[in-house]
Design a protein around this ligand. Structure first.
Ligand SMILES: [Zn+2]
Ligand SMILES: [Zn+2]
Length: 435
């Protein structure tokens, strides 16, 4: 019993820690105990260890673990990448994390069904084949998806998917150095997949693929189906264990919390690892896929990807410091034309291009150097909304010199439009259509 209890405690602690690490960074949770714990775990604890290592070994452990981290997360290695396994999908690769996930799912369901199926009525067994088939099918679809990778042959279409918003994405961004292809709006190069990904969300080591345009919906379906399977498994285990608990209460009435605790422990004990252990594992970890699903629903509702939510968070911080200004692109163009007509003049405020390439003291104003709102190859973008806004971050907290009248300081994200937000429901429809 002691071993089972320890396993249960370890599972609970691990799920709580994972939850804190995953969700403590969310803007809504930043100023709550979850946010504080996340910073303590992910920021202060590593800093403290680094300091201790600096004093003890002169920083040797830190540099070694940094190299290991770099290897594990950003380079191809057996943990995140094992070799091609599916002849029909030569690019799909299995990772160790993925193998662990599939093994855990397969072993725990087999163990549970082997010992529990004869104790369950047919009506409760009936949905199991479907509930089990769904997570495997969605894993397969997420893992083998390839069309979100940007290639010379689909580049033209990918450039037409989304307009550049001139805040997070710019048509003037240099081409990807690895792929040697222009970067469509909302795309990102993945160092693990070694390719640029359309509407990049994030690289998921559990499915060993990038989530982006097309397979993001399968990933959401995987989270949902996995969460449902786990809850259903936990309910089945409760269904088997409850009579044991109740029968013990008839022979020995539960008068105190200790009695109730003892009865629960004895019911778990009689259920054994295959029923009580699997049930507890399912119940305690169901919050992970479902919590992640809720987080992704929030992102979809807000019209952004995980990648974009990080970029927006950087903007929000700079806005809070009062370093961000917005202007109308049409007005900036008119201003530029008039300035050229008058023979130029000394403008060129200390503005910094939003994509991080500092260009202090440029003579042209941002709207002209960034160009028109079509896709990079000049074809028309198939996106229902457009925007006239231009947003810049300045180095000195002052609006671009000579153009003060054209720029308004903005203090928060609510003052800028998110061009990729079509409205909550429409955003969901887009994702479900694989866009
Ligand atoms: Zn690339
Ligand atoms: Zn990737």
């Amino acid at each position: 019993m002691g071993a089972l209890r320890n396993v249960v405690i370890a599972i609970l602690v691990l799920s709580i820690l994972t939850f804190i690490a995953l969700f403590g960074q969310l803007p809504a949770l930043r100023k709550t105990p979850i946010g504080w714990l996340q910073r303590a775990l992910c920021l202060h604890l590593p800093n403290g260890l680094k300091y201790a290592d600096q004093r003890a070994t002169g920083g040797r452990l830190t540099s070694r673990s940094k190299r290991l981290g770099q290897y594990l997360f950003y380079e191809q290695n057996p943990v995140v990448l094992v070799h091609p396994t599916l002849p029909t999908h030569p690019h799909a690769k299995l990772s160790t994390l993925q193998i662990i996930f599939l093994l855990l799912l397969t072993l725990s369901s087999t163990l549970f069904l082997w010992n529990a199926s004869h104790r369950l009525p047919t009506t409760l067994l009936f949905p199991i084949p479907l509930l089990l088939a769904l997570p495997y099918s969605f894993t397969y679809l997420t893992v083998t998806h390839q069309t979100h990778f940007i290639t010379p042959s689909n580049l033209h279409s990918r450039l037409r998917d989304y307009p550049y918003d001139h805040i997070l994405f710019h048509p003037a961004t240099p081409a990807c150095r690895t792929c040697a292809l222009p970067k469509p709006a909302r795309s990102k190069h993945c160092s693990l997949c070694q390719r640029c990904v359309a509407k990049s969300d994030h690289h998921c080591p559990w499915v060993n693929n990038c989530l982006g345009r097309g397979n993001y919906r399968y990933f959401l379906a995987l989270l949902l189906s996995l969460g449902i399977l786990q809850i259903y498994g936990a309910c089945l285990s409760l269904y088997i264990l409850r009579p044991i608990y109740h029968s013990s209460s008839q022979t020995h009435p539960h008068n105190s919390w200790t009695d109730i605790g003892d009865a629960i422990v004895s019911a778990i004990n009689q259920g054994g690892l295959s029923i009580a252990g699997v049930g507890l594992l399912a119940a305690s970890t169901a919050a992970l896929p479902l919590g992640l699903l809720v987080y992704h629903c929030y992102l979809i509702w807000a019209g952004m990807t995980t990648n974009e939510s990080q970029k927006w968070a950087d903007w929000r911080d700079d806005m809070g410091d009062g370093y961000v200004f917005k202007a109308s692109r049409a007005q900036l163009r008119t201003w530029n034309r008039l300035r050229k007509y008058r023979g130029g003049g000394g403008d060129g405020g200390e503005w910094q291009r939003v994509n991080g390439h500092g260009q202090g003291g440029v003579a042209e104003n941002p709207a002209l150097s960034i160009g028109v709102e079509e896709g990079g190859d000049g074809s028309e973008v198939l996106w229902p909304t457009s925007s006239d806004q231009m947003v810049v971050r300045t180095n000195d907290g002052k609006p671009p010199v000579g153009q003060e009248a054209l720029w308004t300081r903005i203090w928060g994200l609510d003052e800028v439009e998110n061009l990729y937000d079509l409205g909550g429901w429409e955003n969901f429809v887009e994702v479900m259509r694989g866009r």
